[in-house]
Each structure stands twice: as structure tokens, then as C-alpha cells.
Ligand binder design. Structure first.
Ligand SMILES: [Zn+2]
Length: 366
């Protein structure tokens, strides 16, 4: 299953090749165990789980696979759920949550008749580790130093937050957007091609991109990041929030437009949302799960002395709690996608919900 290629195509004797492969696998087990876990999981998955390498990302002398996993209905008009992890290499917990959920799903596919029936109605695509090079290096950006979440061709309409909103000064500083003339990075082009192929003809699709690091609480962010005014589909976001909170009142996600926190250049999901809206009549809701890592630090201030401690729960019981605490939300998205006709606002309630959403989230915006 491991698909590693040497960047240098010069002739290598087989024994030497085997030694290098062994060495690389050892390095992966140490620096990118999530990839090893994912490959093990996928190797044991049933035939109805399709795995392919969407592209490769280079890091030092290796190329690492960007895996794409597809499950469920092949109908082009089936609602789709897209799950993404590992955009920011330092926020490993995002990938780990996605892989843990995928493990649960694959295991249940062996016996759960109701799940198999659900999968006849929806299509699921998972990109568990979008930025394997960044994760291997344990850094936020990709190996070129580009922050993938600042790299899309879209500019903030108002003043973005200094530096954090995306900067073009240097790849050696955080939040580097990349040079505009070089276009998007390979990881983002991979995601773009998946989205272009997957989403346009569907009546409903939802994406969940899993991050960590901002705030005390788990948050669900939605566009926009480039402007403060609401997105077109804001009524649908509120409708989704309402059915979630009615069904799961003991969960505690805070739903907010990203612009309430800060404005950024180059936000990937703003860019994809605008593209899909332009090319498709369906509803597309791109959501970001931002797991609040400050709680993990508060409970264990020593974590501050480790860079990954800012973004990941380091204590085993807390780590396991995080892995299980988002399963219900992701399962909910599957069911919400399958039954979108039963909760998406009809034209009569759309304007009312939109007004309510503006009152709720945009009262201070003029
Ligand atoms: Zn992030």
C-alpha cells in the first residue's frame, strides 16, 4: 500500500532501493505515523471503499501520497460529504479525528445494515492528510513554506489582520500566501480538482475541514473569511445549526462566520464556495471544524513548551476524548446530507431564516 517514489530518477540498484525504502518507512513511522495508520486501515477496508493517490507532495528526498478515499453511492446526483484533514501540518489532531472516524465507518460497514442503506443515498470523499509534507515536518505550512489556507486566489475586501491574515514577505514567516504568480500549491490543486470533479452536479454537498488551535471552545466556521458580509447560503447554515442543536443539545459547538474572528487573504473555502456557486445550482456548505486547543493548554500549561502542544491534546485520555467527541457530528452530517430535502429551507422560509441569520451573526456589520 505504501506508495513512495524517489524524487531523483537516477538508476538505483535494487538492494540499495530496498534499503532506502526501509529507511523511509522508518522515518514515516516516526514523523508521520498518521500516514502509516491510514495505510493500515485502508489495506483492510472492504472492496466498496475506493482508495487512490490523488497526487504526491515532495518533502526532502521523498514524495508522499495525498490519499483520496471514496465510499457510497456512485450516482452523480447523490448528496456528497467531503472530509478533509491535515491542511495545517502542525494540527495533527485534525487528521487523527478524520482517520478515527473513517476507522469507525469502515468497521461498521462490515455489519451495519442501516449504514449500508445510508451509503446507497450519499457519496463520501475523504482526504485525511492533505498536507503530508507539512505534517512530516511538523509545521503549519507545506514544505514550500506556504500556508495552504492563505494560498487561494482571493483577496480580503477590507484590511486583513496584519500577518495572520496572510503575508507575502517571506516563506520563513508564518501565514505566507505564496507568490501570486506561481498559483496554488500542489496540495490545493489536488483539493481543487477533487472538488471540481465531485461537487458541481449535486443538489447538496457539505465539506468539513478539520483544524485545531483557535479558542477555548470547539467551533464550526463557515465563509466568508475575505469579507464581513454574509454568504448567499447563510439561511441553510442556520437551518443546519438548528437541526443539530435540537437533536444534540448536549454538544457544544459554536457556529460562526470566520470573519467574526479575523479577515484573511487566500481562504480556500471562500474560493471554492464562490466557484461552486457560480458553476452549480446545488447548495454547497463548506464548514471548518476548529477544535479549541486553548483548553488543552489550560489543563496542562507545560504543553506550551512544546510547539505541537499548542495544537494537539498530548495527554492520552484527553486525546482519546477528542477523537470520540466529534464522531456524532460527522455522522450527523452524513444523515443531514441524505435527508437534505427535509430540513433545507424552502423559498417561503428562506428569507425569514436569512433575516434571523443576519440578526444572529451580522448585527454589528454595516
Ligand atoms: Zn488550521
Amino acid at each position: 500500500m505504501t506508495e513512495l517514489r524517489n524524487l531523483t530518477p537516477h538508476r538505483v540498484i535494487p538492494a540499495e532501493q530496498a534499503r532506502r525504502d526501509r529507511q523511509q518507512r522508518g522515518r514515516l513511522r516516526t514523523f508521520l505515523p498518521e500516514l502509516v495508520d491510514l495505510e493500515r486501515l485502508l489495506a483492510e477496508a472492504p472492496g466498496s471503499v475506493t482508495t487512490r493517490v490523488a497526487d504526491y507532495a515532495g518533502v526532502s528526498d521523498m514524495t508522499l501520497p495525498i490519499y483520496r478515499v471514496d465510499i457510497g453511492s456512485e450516482r452523480e446526483d447523490a448528496p456528497a460529504v467531503l472530509l478533509v484533514g491535515g491542511v495545517h501540518g502542525l494540527e495533527r489532531i485534525g487528521s487523527q479525528v478524520v482517520i478515527a472516524w473513517l476507522g469507525t465507518l469502515i468497521s461498521r460497514m462490515g455489519w451495519d445494515q442501516s449504514l449500508l442503506r445510508l451509503l446507497e443515498d450519499i457519496h463520501i470523499t475523504v482526504l485525511p492528510i492533505l498536507n503530508p509534507g507539512g505534517m512530516y515536518l511538523n509545521q503549519r505550512s507545506n514544505p514550500n513554506g506556504v500556508d495552504l489556507m492563505r494560498n487561494a486566489p482571493i483577496k480580503a475586501q477590507e484590511r486583513s489582520t496584519f500577518m495572520l491574515g496572510g503575508q507575502r514577505f517571506s516563506r520563513h514567516l508564518p501565514w505566507y500566501t505564496g507568490a501570486p504568480e506561481t498559483g496554488m500549491e500542489v496540495e490545493n490543486l489536488t483539493l481543487e480538482s477533487v472538488i471540481r470533479e465531485l461537487l458541481p452536479d449535486r443538489p447538496f454537498s457539505v465539506a468539513l475541514d478539520c483544524h485545531s488551535g483557535f479558542g477555548w471552545q470547539d467551533q464550526i466556521w463557515f465563509p466568508y473569511a475575505y469579507r464581513r458580509r454574509p454568504m448567499r447560503g447563510i439561511a441553510s447554515v442556520l437551518a443546519l445549526k438548528l437541526i443539530w442543536e435540537q437533536a444534540y443539545p448536549n454538544h457544544d459547538y459554536r457556529f460562526e462566520p470566520q470573519s467574526r474572528h479575523y479577515l484573511t487573504h487566500g481562504d480556500l473555502w471562500d474560493y471554492f464556495y464562490k466557484q461552486i456557486n457560480r458553476d452549480s445550482n446545488g447548495i454547497f456548505l463548506p464548514l471548518t471544524l476548529e477544535m479549541g486547543s486553548w483548553r488543552w493548554i489550560r489543563k496542562r500549561p507545560r504543553q506550551l513548551f512544546r510547539l505541537d502542544g499548542f495544537f494537539n491534546p498530548l495527554v492520552p485520555h484527553r486525546h482519546r476524548r477528542v477523537l470520540r467527541s466529534h464522531l456524532a457530528w460527522i455522522d450527523f452530517l452524513l444523515h443531514a446530507a441524505a435527508s437534505h430535502r427535509h430540513w433545507l429551507p424552502d423559498p417561503a422560509s428562506e428569507s425569514m431564516l436569512r433575516e434571523a441569520a443576519i440578526m444572529h451573526w451580522y448585527r454589528d456589520t454595516n
